[in-house]
Ligand binder design. Structure first.
Ligand code: ADP
Ligand code: MG
Length: 243
């Protein structure tokens, strides 16, 4: 079995006095696509932000590539986030002043890739997601679904070892949603990318090798599925499988 690349251990978080996550254990291995499911408000986005080091847990730990991640300085965390994580935000966070193509090139440029190479690679990703003809447009000139696919291209462009995607198909129809899911599965298969896919849709979760089910900030179920390692060992097993 491949190694665990990202792990949350007993993650607990409150906003002010309102607890939203309690004792959540989750781990994802290289080459594995894990779906985090649960109703709206169950804490899925909060969990993803904790795993990405964008929020600090009140208690618990995040480990990235075998090293403690959440306790690093903000500067070290953002450096590792840029190199090792691709994040697709639920409500988008592309830079409005840049074109679609420039947004997708951004991680590569920050990592020092030469402009011509960055552009070629960005176009390759945009092409795979069916939006390359919009590369030269500003964000205000493309639809929400096109912007969402650009955000997915940006998360994948530098082939990070981990992708965290928050409802990445939320504003897409079934066909374009499948382009996105295929891109994640392909990255997992070809590059050993670990993918955490947050969704409230069963149809989307069916692309993952296994599911983690959140309810009211707690893990209430973990299912092993057809193609991935079953959750019979490791931290998820303790949560038990749903009925
Ligand atoms: P999900 O992604 O599953 O819909 P979230 O993680 O976004 O759930 O939210 C979990 C709970 O935390 C919800 O009750 C939500 O209202 C609350 N919440 C989320 N973000 C904030 C915030 N920035 N400040 C206060 N409460 C928040
Ligand atoms: Mg959410």
């Amino acid at each position: 079995m491949s190694e665990i690349v990202l792990e949350g251990r007993r993650l607990t978080h409150s906003y002010g006095n309102t607890p939203v996550l309690g004792d959540v254990d989750v781990a994802v291995r290289a080459g594995e696509v894990v779906a985090v499911m649960g109703p709206s408000g169950s804490g899925k986005s909060t969990l993803l932000h904790l795993l990405a080091g964008l929020l600090k847990p009140d208690a618990g730990e995040v480990w990235l590539a075998g090293q403690r991640f959440d306790s690093l300085s903000e500067r070290r965390r953002s450096d590792r986030r840029l190199r090792e994580l691709g994040f697709v935000f639920q409500f988008g966070d592309l830079v409005p002043e840049l074109t679609v193509g420039e947004n997708v090139e951004l991680p590569l440029r920050l990592l020092g890739t030469r402009p011509a190479r960055a552009r070629a690679r960005a176009h390759e990703m945009l092409d795979r997601l069916g939006v390359v003809e919009h590369a030269g447009k500003r964000l205000s000139e493309v639809s929400g679904g096109q912007a969402q696919r650009a955000a997915v291209a940006r998360a994948l462009v530098h082939t990070p070892p981990v992708i965290l995607a928050d409802e990445p198909t939320g504003s897409l129809d079934t066909t374009t949603g499948e382009l996105v899911l295929e891109a994640f599965v392909q990255a997992a298969k070809d590059q050993g990318t670990a993918v955490v896919l947050v969704t409230h849709e069963l149809r989307v979760a069916s692309w993952a090798a296994r599911d983690v089910l959140l309810r009211d900030g707690r893990i209430v179920g973990a299912t092993g599925a057809t193609s991935g390692p079953p959750a019979t060992s490791g931290p998820l097993a303790a949560a038990g499988a749903p009925a």
